[in-house]
Ligand binder design. Structure first.
Ligand code: ASP
Length: 355
């Protein structure tokens, strides 16, 4: 993947109100219908001003960098996340904020991953995208992009208002690692799970101050490792030992996010408990995450979760699966010892859990 840079000609005066770096990665927002192939394919984002002429009215310095090739976000990889983090690191001091244009399908995973990779962030990194491509009459891309830029540019007493990785979509600003894609047909594609909104855009943008992370006191630290030796094990009534074993016995596996029922409950079948114990004995970390959209994992509340607690499975509290798997990749990528890895997985690192 390489990066192409385009400056946008806006109404920015000599002393612009803000400078924003837009990072275009692909997704529906920049797709066009390919008449030959008969499906949507990504287009060249240097044509952005033709599609959103309103951008020229901003008194911001706007720069777009486009990754090459742009991707449908279903194809996103750990390498792409590391590249995005590196781009932010390299440009951090030159911009007041960052807007990442990204497909909606995996936006919640990418926003979660970036929240972990960018430690002590004190500038906004806002993911946005669209359900309808930017060239279509009924596109939602224009509003999403314009408001995301405004949020990224907003400061109070010289400090960014939202020093976090966020998702802005269809009037809502959410913490990135609390986001979940919940809708593929309508415009309200994202929901914040177990955490209040950071802002809501109407006639004015209402910010919910108490929900926004405080400014860090330490300087930005950008991480560049994530471990892909992880898996998600989703339990369901009728799941067989063969299926569970095939996941837990994956050669080299280091971490598993286990999606359980309700408040973190799993069947108490001895074959399942034996397989989980065997995996843990091999040093695999297991993070218990609920399949429910709201509520929290409370291991020990029911008999069906007590065994998990007793064997040392980590309770994921109210984390989303998207944040849990990227947290697992991030924490394992730090290569800490067993005790510190478990401690980090249990801790609230970037506002992803409420403890
Ligand atoms: N498949 C697209 C993507 O995630 C969908 C979208 O952008 O909304 O890249």
């Amino acid at each position: 993947m390489q990066v192409i840079k385009v400056e946008i000609d806006t109404a920015a005066p000599l002393d612009p109100e803000a400078s924003i770096l837009i990072i275009y990665t692909g997704g529906t927002i920049g797709m066009v219908f390919d008449e030959e192939k008969k499906h949507l394919v990504p287009f060249n984002f240097s044509q952005i001003l033709e599609k959103v002429p309103e951008l020229a009215q901003f008194k911001y310095l706007l720069t777009v960098v486009s990754v090459e090739p742009v991707i449908d976000s279903s194809n996103v990889t750990i390498e792409n996340w590391i590249l995005l983090a590196k781009l932010i690191k390299e440009n951090y001091n030159n911009y007041d904020g960052f807007v990442i244009l990204h497909g909606t399908d995996t936006m919640a995973y990418s926003a979660s991953a970036m929240s972990f990779l960018l430690e002590n962030l004190c500038k906004p990194v806002i993911f946005t995208g669209a359900q309808v491509p930017i060239g279509r009459v009924r596109t939602d891309a224009r509003e999403n992009l314009i408001t995301a830029l405004q949020i990224a540019a907003t400061k109070i007493d010289g400090h960014s208002l939202v020093p976090e990785v966020c998702i802005y979509f269809h009037n809502l600003l959410l913490r990135g690692n609390r986001g979940k894609k919940v809708e593929s047909s309508h415009f309200n594609a994202f929901k914040s799970e177990n955490y209040p909104l950071l802002a809501k855009a109407g006639v004015v943008i209402d910010y919910y101050w108490s929900s926004i992370l405080p400014h860090p006191t330490e300087p930005l630290k950008v991480h560049s490792h994530m471990d892909d030796r992880v898996a998600i094990l989703k339990l369901f009534p009728g799941i067989t030992a063969q299926v569970v074993a095939s996941i837990l016995r994956t050669p080299g596996l280091r971490g598993v996010v286990m999606e359980t029922f309700g408040a973190g409950n799993a069947p108490i079948f001895s074959w399942l408990l034996d397989l989980l114990r065997e995996a843990m004995d091999r040093g695999i970390f297991i993070l218990n995450v609920s399949q429910c959209d709201e509520g929290r994992v409370e291991q020990g509340r029911y008999e069906t979760s007590k065994h998990l607690f007793n064997m040392g499975i980590i309770g994921g509290v109210d984390i989303t699966t998207e944040a849990a798997i990227s947290k697992m990749m991030f924490v394992l990528g730090l290569n800490k010892d067993q005790v510190n890895t478990k401690r980090l997985l249990e801790s609230n690192l970037r506002g992803e859990i409420s403890i």
